[in-house]
Design a protein around this ligand. Structure first.
Ligand SMILES: NC(=O)c1ccc[n+]([C@@H]2O[C@H](COP(=O)([O-])OP(=O)(O)OC[C@H]3O[C@@H](n4cnc5c(N)ncnc54)[C@H](O)[C@@H]3O)[C@@H](O)[C@H]2O)c1
Length: 325
């Protein structure tokens, strides 16, 4: 079994080459839209006493001949003990034999594949002449969202808001290293850009309906568990809502709270990003439409990215081989 640690994964897909991940994730959505992947919704284990959870995300692609399972935790109190909030691993199994062939860090892959989903959604749902990006939340996820979106959209201005200004400074330093400039702005101004990406762990709406302009596209990324939400739900009355996966989105995505309150039902959802990438449904139809992409994170995003990393690692002779059986 090939073992790849985070440093080895990063060497194969550095931030400056996130475009490789955007391509993988776009083909993952294409296969999802065509119904050519098998992916049960993610399973959650809640550790109430320890204030954390563990998510198990299996998926399989016949075309790749591989199955992948990501095991990922979210423990918000970990940083107090100098541990990361999120720590993920991905196991790849060869479909022919079922034997596990690779075990790799999934934390960095989670970051890049989530950024890539925002980039793919922006490519299909933002208006053609979109040139400004607003980002709310300047934490771990923001860097990947910005770097990936810059691959699919010619951005002229990137505005960032965070309750913690220090996070914006750190983000700015990291993005400068790959030639991307951002600027700090107020919450309302950030919320009014051609593309808005929200990536906070908020449990209360941050973006007001009155700030959302006709023609905007919103990537709602931060809500990935029950009770989380970042958008004023009245926005959905004016918007075309696109999900990555209805079951996941209705339980744990941006729409989970309005769904639980009965403000949104399945019939209010336009479709999935996969259906749009596959050409089964049209993406944006005019320059006035408001579009919202609810990203919960799919196992196939991890699988397609991890298979690319595995194949590249074999070519480079990277990682360590360990005999398990
Ligand atoms: N959809 C997906 O596939 C996916 C994948 C990974 C992470 N996530 C989610 O994205 C969110 C962000 O993850 P992260 O790793 O970047 O977290 P992080 O803790 O590194 O960063 C979050 C940032 O949001 C800021 N913030 C918090 N509340 C805010 C508010 N009300 N207004 C403005 N800024 C605020 C914080 O100061 C922080 O800088 C989390 O909820 C995480 O669970 C979703």
């Amino acid at each position: 079994m090939l073992i790849l640690n985070q440093e080895e994964v990063k060497q194969i897909i550095p931030l400056s080459q996130i475009d490789k991940v955007v391509k993988c994730v776009e083909s993952a959505f294409l296969k999802h839209g065509k119904g050519e992947v098998d992916m049960p919704p993610k399973t959650y284990l809640f550790f109430k006493k320890d204030k954390g959870d563990l998510r198990i995300m299996p998926s399989f692609s016949e075309e790749l001949g591989m199955a992948g399972t990501k095991i990922v935790n979210v423990h918000p109190d970990n940083p107090k003990n100098n541990l990361p909030t999120v720590g993920a691993v991905i196991v790849l199994n060869d479909a022919k034999t079922g034997i596990p062939i690779a075990f790799m860090d999934g934390t960095y892959i989670t970051g890049v594949r989530t950024g890539a989903a925002g980039a793919v959604a922006s490519k299909y749902l933002a208006k053609k002449d979109a040139k400004t990006l607003g980002v709310i939340g300047a934490g771990q996820q923001a860097i990947f969202q910005i770097a990936a979106t810059a691959c699919t959209i010619k951005l002229q201005d990137i505005l960032v808001y965070d309750v913690n200004e220090k996070s914006i400074e750190l983000l700015s330093v990291e993005l400068e290293k790959i030639g991307i400039k951002i600027r700090k702005a107020g919450l309302e101004e950030v919320s009014k850009q051609d593309i808005l990406t929200t990536t906070t762990p908020s449990r209360d709406p941050i973006v007001k309906n009155e700030w959302v302009m006709p023609g905007m596209h919103i990537n709602a990324v931060g809500a990935d568990a029950e009770g989380k939400e970042e958008l004023d739900p009245t926005i959905y009355k004016r918007a075309k809502i696109v999900v990555d996966d209805w079951i996941q989105a209705s339980h744990s995505g941006e729409i989970n709270v309005p769904v639980a309150k009965g403000m949104i039902t399945k019939s209010d959802i336009y479709g999935s990003l996969g259906e749009i990438v596959a050409g089964i449904k049209i993406g944006r139809e005019n320059n006035e439409e408001i579009t919202v992409f609810d990203s919960t994170g799919l196992g196939i995003q991890d699988l397609f990215t991890a298979v690319m990393v595995y194949e590249e690692a074999l070519k480079r002779g990277a990682g360590k081989n360990i005999e398990i059986f």
